[in-house]
Design a protein around this ligand. Structure first.
Ligand SMILES: NC(=O)c1ccc[n+]([C@@H]2O[C@H](COP(=O)([O-])OP(=O)(O)OC[C@H]3O[C@@H](n4cnc5c(N)ncnc54)[C@H](O)[C@@H]3O)[C@@H](O)[C@H]2O)c1
Length: 449
């Protein structure tokens, strides 16, 4: 293929800035530090362990993604972030009890160096938290400027070439798009006038987009998913993405649901319940934050089952999602799914899934892949919403009016074809008739090549 996109090389260092130095972010950072020292294996990371098929099936070309793509080397990443507790990443990683202390101790000095900057925080948006390590300013615009200064200083002090920011902070209460979010003028006026509808995550996103940092939103709150900020991202030519890392129960849902749908098994009900005892669970115990998460988790089935087109099969699904804060589980979330399905002649069957997962262990490789792939997008001058990264999101952000794709396998195919396109390789559509009919069929444009 001739239309190879120019991707600027990954020269110099890449800064990764993280609002929220908690369980997910410290598990991600510690994991990367461990991989650098050969102390651990990055299971779950496509960029580190995945391969991609290129060309025809008979060519047997399956390079590792990290050899195929001009990715930033893990040794060239510098970490930083913000939080309202002010404790270093080592202390938080120990408190989070995700990774074992013998591993953390081997990378302790590097983790201790990561001390969060003061946060932009507002209890109106996260009810179950409080902390003193927070910024103050006369209005939200001033807070945004302080964040911009932080980004500049972080870049300068660490001699960075570029920065990617990933929101790994707590889920904010459910908010809907208001007038102040509709365009950048209204939004900036709202920042100056302290609009109560502008949340801290939006202030971070705004500051990042003003300082040339892509912004990725790991939580389900709106954040960068408002017209004003998507407009700013397009204007400033910066990639953005969200929302809500697709881990645990929703990952399983978007693996199972496409399978049931492909065999046209009906679904009458899907009851999902979770117990977890980490800080995220405590935050989600507040009904406002839970509502944000619930909306994100509920959205996936409709797009996979498409009840409008298949009313007999999926027109009346009773889909329920529950999250309960249950201290003894810690970060090891337990998810239960009961799926009531219907087969031939309407006979009912049930599927039960009990997933004993580890929330942050599932989230960490997603953070790494998103950072590295978004950095490539930035260097390839792709900007705005990066729908090709839907694979990683529970509630993928798309252009207004464009329905998101939730099916994990379609998402993977979109991601892989985007990478083939970026690298000038032929796209793969899995038609494969050319292996059987050669030139007998006029299938040039649709060859599986
Ligand atoms: N772990 C998963 O599988 C998973 C999956 C999808 C989404 N998420 C989301 O990722 C986020 C992080 O999860 P976690 O388990 O690490 O939570 P956590 O509670 O351990 O960490 C969140 C951190 O964010 C900080 N924080 C809150 N508001 C902030 C602000 N305005 N600025 C800076 N820091 C702020 C908190 O003090 C805390 O240290 C949550 O929103 C969670 O819902 C996690």
């Amino acid at each position: 293929m001739k239309n190879k996109v120019k991707i600027n090389p990954a020269k110099g260092k890449l800064g990764v800035l993280i609002p929220g130095i908690g369980a997910v972010s410290t598990t991600f950072i510690a994991g990367v530090l461990a991989v650098r020292k050969n102390l651990g294996i990055p299971y779950g990371s496509l960029t580190q362990m995945g391969r991609i098929r290129l060309g025809k099936r008979t060519e047997n070309r399956h390079p590792l993604l990290k050899d195929f793509l001009p990715l930033t080397d893990l040794n060239d990443i510098v970490f930083g972030g913000w939080d309202l507790h002010g404790e270093n990443a080592y202390n938080i990683a120990c408190k989070s009890k995700v990774l074992a202390s013998d591993l953390l101790d081997k990378i302790r000095p590097a983790l201790e160096k990561i001390k969060p900057m003061k946060a932009v925080f507002d209890r109106n948006f996260v009810k179950n938290l409080d902390g003193a390590h927070v910024k103050s300013g006369k209005n939200k615009m001033e807070l945004a400027r302080q964040l911009m200064d932080d980004i500049e200083r972080f870049k300068k002090e660490n001699k960075l070439d570029r920065v990617v920011t990933v929101w790994c902070a707590s889920t904010e209460v459910f908010t809907q798009i208001k007038d102040v979010h509709q365009n950048i003028e209204a939004f900036e006026k709202g920042l100056v006038e302290n609009s109560p509808h502008i949340s801290p995550s939006m202030i971070y996103a705004y500051a990042c987009l003003k300082r040339n940092s892509p912004f990725l939103n790991g939580a389900p709150n709106l954040s960068v998913d408002i017209p004003a900020l998507t407009e700013l991202a397009d204007q400033n030519k910066i990639p953005i993405g969200g929302k809500d890392f697709k881990t645990g129960q929703t990952l399983i849902k978007t693996i199972l649901a496409p399978g049931l749908k492909s065999r046209l098994l009906g679904v009458r009900g899907w009851f999902s319940t979770n117990i977890l005892g980490n800080l995220d669970g405590k935050v989600l115990d507040d009904p406002g934050s839970f509502k944000t998460k619930e909306e994100s988790k509920l959205s996936v089935l409709d797009s996979i089952f498409n009840p409008d087109l298949y009313p007999e099969l999926y027109g009346d699904i009773d889909h329920k999602v529950r999250i309960n804060y249950y201290l003894p589980r810690g970060d090891n979330k337990e998810g239960w799914d009961n799926i009531d399905i219907t087969g031939w002649m309407g006979y009912p069957m049930q599927i039960k899934v009990n997933f004993l997962c580890r929330d942050s262990i599932l989230a960490a490789p997603i953070v790494l892949d998103l950072v590295l792939l978004t950095d490539i997008a930035h260097r390839a001058k792709m900007y705005g919403i990066q729908e090709w990264l839907s694979f990683y999101w529970k509630s993928p952000q798309t252009k207004v009016g464009l329905p998101p794709v939730h099916d994990l396998f379609k998402q993977l195919s979109k991601l892989e074809n985007t990478l083939r396109f970026l690298m000038g390789e032929t796209l793969i559509n899995n038609l494969g008739l050319d292996y059987y009919y050669g030139e007998d069929l006029d299938i040039d444009s649709s060859k599986e090549k």
